[in-house]
Every structure is written in C-alpha cells, then in structure tokens.
Design a protein around this ligand. Structure first.
Ligand code: BGC
Length: 754
C-alpha cells in the first residue's frame, strides 16, 4: 500500500511541476533548430504549463497608472508567473517592470520567457519618450502605404528596445460610423485603403522575419467587425448582411492573413447573433481552413468572460472557455482562472490536448524565433537612444504633413502671410496634447509640439502671436467667448483650433482613461458628432468680428461641422497629427508645405445621416431628407491643395477579357504655382449588374509629386478581382458588361467580355 502511494507521488512529481530543468536540456540549446527546441520543450511540459502559455496577464503598474483597483484580477498574477503559467503580458509600459517579471519567469521550472504585448497603435505610445506618429485615420489621409510601413518599422524598433515583442496592431476594421469612439485608430471607410495600409503596417512591424532583433509580431484586429455596430458603440452587435461582410469587412482581414500576420484578435462584438469569440466559422473555418492562417488568435480584453456576462450565451465562465477555445481562441487576454478552467476541460475530455498543443507550439515557436530564451532583458539606457531618435521624429513630421487635409480655402485665404502684423491663436485645442490621439501614455512635455508651439516656432519674431485659452472643450462659456473676441481686436487673422479630444492622458500627463473632457477614443462614443460644448458658438462669435478666421480641426472622427463649413473661409483638417503636429500644421498654415491629404472617411451633415459612406448602393439617395441639404458635407477622397491639378488623357483598353487586370493611364499636370502632391484615386462602377453594386468604389490609388507646370503620366492597375461581385448565390463572379472608370473628374468605360 505504502509502496503504491510512494510510486504515485513519484509519478506526480515527475509528470507535474517538481523537476527543475537542467541547463543541458536540448530546448535551452540555441544551436538546435526552432522546431527541435519546441518539440523538446513541449515534451517536458505538464498540461497546466502548456495551458499557461495561453494565459495573458496585465502588469500591476497598469492598474496603478489608471488608478484602478482591479486587484482581484491581480491576485494570482505573481503566483502564476512563479509557477510558469503566464505565456504573455500586456501593457507593461515600464522597462523595470518587464525586466523584473522576466526574471521571475526565468526562475520558474522551465524558464520560459513571456511575450510582452502592447497597443502600439501609432507609434509605441505607451512608452515614455516614444515617437508618437499621426493616428491611423490621419495616416490614411495620406494614402501612402510606404509611409505606413516606415512608421511601423520605426515602432517595431522602439518596441524591441523596451522589451516588447507583440503589437496589437493593425486595427484593420473598416469604420462606417463616425459616432464610434475608435475611428481614430482605424484607416477609414474604404476596404481597399484599409487593406493596403494594414498590410503595409504588418510589413513594417514584422518585416520578412519577425524574429529579427528590430521586428515584432503584429496582430490584425479586430476579427471581425466593430466598424458599423448597430448603434455606434464599442462592444455592440454588428447586424450585417453576408454580402456587406464579404464586400466590405472581410477583405482587409483576408489581406492581413495573406500578408502573413502572425496573430489575430477576436472582436468584442457579435455578428448576426454569434459573438466573435464563440464563432468557429470565423475563427477556424474561414481563418484557418480557408485562408490558411497558422498563427494564434487572442481574445480581446475580458471577452471570454463576456460570453457569460455580456452576450449571455452561457451561464458560467467555464462554459465560455470551452466554447471560445473550441471556436479557435488560443490566448486569453487578462484575468484569473482561465488556466484552472481549461485544464479541467481537457481533463474532462471536452477539449483535446492536441488543441492545446497547437496553440502552445505556435507561441513557443515565436519565443524561440525571437531569441527570448537567450535574451529576455533590455537595457534602459540603450532604449533611450532608440526612442524618439531624430530619424523617427523626422518621420513623424513628414507623415504629419502628408496627413493634413485642406477642406476649404475661399478666396485663397490660405496660406497666411508671415508679413501680417499679428494673429490670434485660440480654441480649446490650440495648446493641448489632444493632437496625439488615443493610446498615448505620459510623455515628456517637450516632445509634443502643440499647434500654438508649432506656430510660434515657425514664425519666430516675424509675426506677433497672441494666444488666448478659452478653456477645455466643455469649459468654454459666454465669458471666455467674449474674452476671445476682445483679444481679436488688434489682430489681422484668427486661428481657431477646435475639435475633439481622444487622448487618455490628462494635461499633466497622468494616465486617466476616463478623463472628463474626452470626446473620442476607446469606449468614448458620441450620440452626436457636432463640435462638443460651445466650440461652435466660439467660432460664430469670432466670425462675427469680420476678421479672417482659419479653423484647424483636431479630431479622431468625422465631425458634422456644417456651420463652419458654410461660413469659415479657411478650414484645415489636421486630424490627430502626433508629436510633430504643431510643426506640420504651422508649415501648412503659412504655405511652407502644400497640403495633399484626402479624406479617408465621409463627413455627414449630421448624425441623422449615419450610416454614411461614399461607396453606397445606387438607390441610397433617390430621395432626400426634408430637413437637410442633400449630399455629404465632405465625401471620402475630398481634399484641396494650394495648387491646381488637371487630369487628361485617360486611357485603357476598350474590351477586357474576364479575369484580366486593367491598366489605366492618366496624365496629371500641375497648373498652379505651388509644388505639390496629388493623390490619384481610380474609381470603378459596374454599370448594370444582377445584384446592386456601389455607385463607385476605389480600385487603385497613387501619390504623384509635381512641380508647377510639370506633367506626369501614371499607370495604375485595377486587379481583376475588383471587377467581381457576389451574385445571388453568393458566388464571386465577374459579369460581362460595361464598367465605368472615374479618375479626377474624367470618366470613360470598358467592356468585359467572357
Ligand atoms: C481593446 C483592444 C486592445 C486591448 C488591450 C481592449 O479593450 O479593445 O483593442 O488591444 O484592450 O489593450
């Protein structure tokens, strides 16, 4: 009897956790191949240790920083780490913390390092002193995939310098609702643009080999939806036809997978009644079986829990874990008890161990590939040299310039002349860090150039700049408005900076996701999209002074600024131009940079016009609202320049054999007096089709730089797939018939023949 007990104990000890690993174990030998090391390590792991690789925890500092006492979520974090059952962390924003936690991981039985994940959305914004690039919606206005790739390559470099390995980016949702708080994190409303920029971001982050010391793992999120929820709110259901899913929302996801994105994040939301986290069609059939994805899928924050607490499709957490893992979730983001529940589910035979092995194999592969067993710590001093280095800051400036969109320039009120005597710079966002957008933690104040600072630096002593702060967005009142009017008495022009604030750091740069004056960002949707507070009243009062008023918009979503657009002569959409935003805006304001951006998302006249997007079906506007002017405020693709461009010689073949790409040639001439970039947008319309198709859709684009009087002929290719539609049987086919091509005001057609 005693002997049996001893034997059982020995079996337990050997098969579970007690045996310390030997330095000579093959998986610790860096000379062996990644595969050999993974196989060896897997063979030594207990079930609990394997499941532990699927367990992602958040750091303690994060909760301290946001003043949150979610301490119950933290109870087991350290003990899990010591036990060797934490596969990855998220949001460890400080090097000291990640080094310390890596040390604890190294002292665990198998010494497995953790992957360190972070939301590096437009730069490595959670890190102190990082380069903060223009937000995604801003970057999208530049229609420049090469620049997006460079931004993300710089981001990857900064991430590795601070010990991070996994970026929760690109956010590849197509956004079709400006009420949504997260528009700024996305690339806009057009599937082609979103796909091309997301793929460029993946290239920048992962390179050809994400194991390289300056590359990281990318994560295509969110799969799928969230850009057109039923009410514009984060987490809310997507109720959407399969046709719209296939035409609009799936192509970017497929593009990311085909581009080799290593990880995918499931969406908070349900689609047509099935939560993404519980959808085997989405997470396995489509993603793996059809598209060939071989990486791993991470849940979004607390979304396995939410199958019970939010979606109500199960009545307890454990059933949620079973459904989610069976559907295809490989990593649980944040929280306790996942390991216990999943181990039990495997022991009960409800989830096969081979399913766990698949996930763990992929995760371990990455840790070996990235050399983390040999090199898991980073040096704080070395990191300082990489973060916001001059080359990256220069890139932040260049990309900010390209992202600015000139919306109105009546009587060439812009650019402003430096020979004016005095200007007034005012507005709640004139000297505010709102211009960095969401997902940016505390930064050194001197790193962020506000609009006021940019203008002051730019004009130096040439021009007198008066600044008046009318208060934060929601603090403007009659008193500050009349004060602003008073300040404008002796000036030649007024620069008014208004818009929204998505930045989750307070003015004094402490992190506070719930700061009171936010109007956008994660979980900050709006029921209206006019300017918040009394910003419009401020604009009206300043306009009444009769002085030329220039409005600069800082915002992360389209705004219904109808009055401003009808009355104010000069409007610059600066979006959220990042750390160098102030300099870029000043250059545009005074004509040292000719604006070239075009809108990646349509601006509606009011919230009542939503949903709104340019690629709508033909019958959408056969009738109009009785209480609104027809049309959009500004359509996708709109943007002015200080110069003028003329399009000519549009040419392509008359007849296209179904399945062939179409080459389009067009000449663009700079007919004005400024050098500048033009973004050539090629749209297509299938004239008569068996199911309805959009009045136009973007099928190709390219930036062209032209000096005054210069002409260039560009060739753009329309891939044959862009001619296809989903027929009534939902098969993707190209129907013979006429297709219109629209470029820069020119229209012509070709015929598709079988
Ligand atoms: C967001 C994700 C993000 C995650 C981690 C979630 O609330 O939806 O986009 O990656 O938090 O910060």
């Amino acid at each position: 009897m005693k002997k049996t007990i001893v034997t059982l104990m020995l079996i337990f000890l050997f098969s579970h956790t007690a045996i310390a690993q030997n330095e000579n174990d093959p998986y610790l030998n860096s000379e062996l191949s990644v595969n050999e090391r993974v196989n060896d390590l897997l063979s030594r792991m207990t079930l609990r240790e394997k499941v532990g690789q699927m367990n992602q925890r958040a750091g303690k500092k994060y909760f301290e920083n946001v003043n949150d006492t979610v301490s119950h979520q933290m109870l087991n974090m350290l003990s899990d780490l010591k036990e060797g059952i934490v596969g990855s962390f998220l949001i460890l924003s400080e090097i000291d913390e990640s080094n310390k936690l890596q040390k604890i991981a190294e002292n665990s039985r198998l010494k497995i390092p953790f992957l360190n994940a972070i939301d590096a959305i437009h730069g490595h914004g959670w890190a102190y002193g990082a380069t903060i690039f223009p937000t995604s919606i801003s970057q999208a206005s530049a229609f420049n995939p090469a620049a997006v790739e460079k931004i993300n390559a710089a981001t990857a470099k900064e991430m590795r310098a601070t010990g991070h390995h996994w970026a929760f980016f690109p956010y590849m949702s197509v956004t079709r609702d400006p009420r949504f708080g997260r528009v700024g994190e996305n690339y806009g409303e057009d599937p082609l643009l979103v796909t091309r920029l997301s793929v460029a971001a993946i290239k920048g982050l992962q390179g050809d080999d994400y194991g390289a010391p300056d590359k990281v793992i990318a994560c295509a999120k969110v799969f799928l939806g969230d850009g057109q929820s039923i009410n514009g709110l984060n987490l809310a259901p997507m109720d959407i036809s399969m046709r719209t899913l296939k035409e609009i929302f799936l192509p970017p996801a497929e593009g990311c997978v085909k581009a080799g994105v290593r990880t995918v994040m499931a969406a908070h939301n349900e689609i047509n009644g099935v939560p993404a986290h519980a959808d085997p069609w989405l997470l396995t059939e489509l993603l793996r079986d059809e598209w060939g994805f071989e990486g791993y899928v991470i849940s979004d924050w607390q979304d396995i829990e939410r199958l019970n607490t939010g979606h109500r499709i199960v009545d307890n957490y454990k059933d949620g874990v079973e459904i989610a893992v069976s559907a295809g979730i490989d990593v649980h983001m944040f929280g306790d008890h996942f390991v216990d529940e999943l181990v039990e589910l495997v022991e009960e035979g409800k989830i096969p161990e081979s399913r766990i092995d698949r996930a763990v194999r992929a995760i371990l592969t990455d840790k070996f590939k990235m050399g983390l067993f040999e090199n898991r710590y980073v040096d704080k001093e070395a990191a300082k040299k990489i973060l916001a280095n001059p080359e990256h800051v220069q890139l932040a400036l260049e990309t900010a310039r390209e992202s600015i969109v000139l919306l109105k320039n009546e009587n060439n009120v812009l650019p402003l002349s430096k020979s004016l005597n005095k200007i007034l710079v005012t507005g709640p966002l004139a000297n505010d860090n709102a211009l960095v957008g969401d997902w940016v933690h505390t930064q050194p104040d001197e790193n962020i150039i506000t609009i006021l600072e940019g203008i002051e630096d730019h004009v130096g002593s040439e021009l007198d700049v008066e600044y008046y702060n009318p208060g934060d967005i929601y603090d403007i009142d009659e008193k500050t408005i009349s004060e602003a009017v008073k300040k404008s008495e002796n000036v030649d022009a007024i620069v008014l900076v208004v818009g929204g604030n998505d930045n989750r750091s307070d003015k004094d740069w402490t992190l506070n996701p719930r700061r009171k004056n936010r109007t956008g960002g994660e979980n900050i949707a709006r029921a209206d999209i006019v300017l918040a507070g009394m910003q419009d009243d401020l604009a009206k009062a300043l306009y009444k002074t009769g002085k030329p008023v220039i409005v600069i918009l800082i915002n992360g979503r389209p705004l219904a600024v109808e009055w401003i657009s009808e009355n104010i002569p000069g409007i610059i959409e600066a979006w959220q131009p990042g750390m160098q935003g102030g300099n870029a805006v000043a250059e545009v304001l005074f004509g040292d940079y000719n604006p070239s951006g075009k809108l990646p998302m349509t601006f509606p006249r009011s919230v009542g016009h939503i949903p709104v997007f340019y690629n709508h079906r033909p019958s959408t506007f056969l009738r109009h609202y009785t209480d609104s002017k027809p049309g959009f405020l500004y359509e996708f693709g709109f943007g002015l320049s200080y110069t003028t461009f003329e399009y000519s010689n549009l040419s392509f073949t008359d007849k296209v054999t179904s399945g062939d790409d179409v080459e389009v040639k067009v000449t663009i001439t700079n007919t004005g007096s400024y050098s500048g970039d033009e973004i050539v947008l090629v749209y297509l319309n299938d004239e008569i089709s068996s199911v309805t198709t959009p009045v136009k859709k973007l099928v190709a684009f390219q930036r062209v730089s032209l000096k005054p009087d210069e002409a260039k002929t560009v060739t753009l290719s329309i891939p044959s797939i862009q001619l296809a539609l989903y027929n009534r049987e939902m098969k993707q086919v190209i129907e013979p018939g006429d297709f219109q091509v629209m470029v820069g005001g020119l229209i012509d057609k070709f015929e598709v023949v079988e």
